[in-house]
Design a protein around this ligand. Structure first.
Ligand code: AP5
Ligand code: ZN
Length: 217
């Protein structure tokens, strides 16, 4: 299956993607994680991305689309994938269609995670990420680690993302509404969108998502 996950910052895309990718046995491709890995390795791509991420703005398409394509090629798009955080504007959605079409492929579904804005703000304010594995995501209240600051899964150090400050989150939400939401209509016109509520326990949302994707299959 080739699936795109959309939803506002903090909706739980990364959290859900880890479970969905495992259940569906497809690779999880997150452009945010790829950028953060490049930043921590100090690559030129990371240096370029960092200034935009700090400001809560989208990294330019010419950087993002090439990086996403390389990662999809590496994963072999024919075998399926779960895209998280890409595409994020109409130009990226059109580029993705063209990339897939060149290989005679298309998307199977777009899973839209719906969460009220006040919940998004709470989720982001308490988020802690693992330095060793970006799929290990915690929350100081909703999903606290057993030992403060330490990842339960691998012992890695937990940190707060630089772009999770209140001011930057507001900017990211604005960018989501203006740049990313239009892709939902773009995909609705192709009959690809399933919208689910991302409220409730993590496992409940995963169940809802799996049921919605099975209906699409
Ligand atoms: P990216 O990393 O993609 O960030 P985002 O879209 O803003 O999403 P988040 O990672 O903040 O949230 P999430 O939905 O994954 O939530 P999570 O599962 O962590 O992008 C970052 C930046 O990179 C962008 O601003 C941009 O600059 C750049 N970028 C990335 N892709 C790009 C692209 N295609 N083009 C251009 N620029 C790009 O959960 C959040 C918290 O909630 C966690 O603490 C979690 O434990 C908790 N939680 C999750 N589910 C639940 C639940 N059900 N109940 C209670 N708590 C929950
Ligand atoms: Zn970890």
């Amino acid at each position: 299956m080739r699936i795109v996950l959309v939803g506002p910052p903090g909706a739980g895309k990364g959290t859900q993607a880890a479970y969905l990718a495992k259940n569906l046995a497809i690779p999880h491709i997150s452009t945010g994680d790829l950028f953060r890995a490049n930043i921590s390795q100090g690559t030129p791509l990371g240096q370029k991305a960092q200034e935009y991420m700090r400001a809560g703005q989208l990294v330019p398409d010419e950087v993002t689309i090439g990086m996403a394509k390389d990662r999809m090629d590496q994963a072999d798009a024919a075998g399926g994938f779960l895209l998280d955080g890409f595409p994020r504007n109409l130009a990226q959605a059109e580029a993705l269609d063209a990339i897939l079409k060149a290989d005679g492929l298309k998307l199977d579904g777009v899973l839209d995670l719906e969460v009220p804005e006040d919940e998004v703000v709470k989720r982001i304010a308490g988020r802690r990420m693992c330095r060793k594995d970006s799929s290990h995501i915690f929350h100081v209240i909703y999903n606290p680690p057993k030992t403060e600051g330490v990842c339960d899964a691998c012992g890695g150090e937990l940190y707060q993302r630089e772009d999770d400050s209140e001011e930057t989150v507001r900017r990211r939400l604005e960018v989501y509404h203006s740049e990313t939401e239009p892709i939902i209509d773009y995909y609705k016109a192709q009959g690809l969108v399933v919208t689910i509520s991302a409220l409730g326990k993590v496992a409940e949302v995963t169940e809802r998502a799996m049921a919605a994707l099975e209906r699409e299959d």
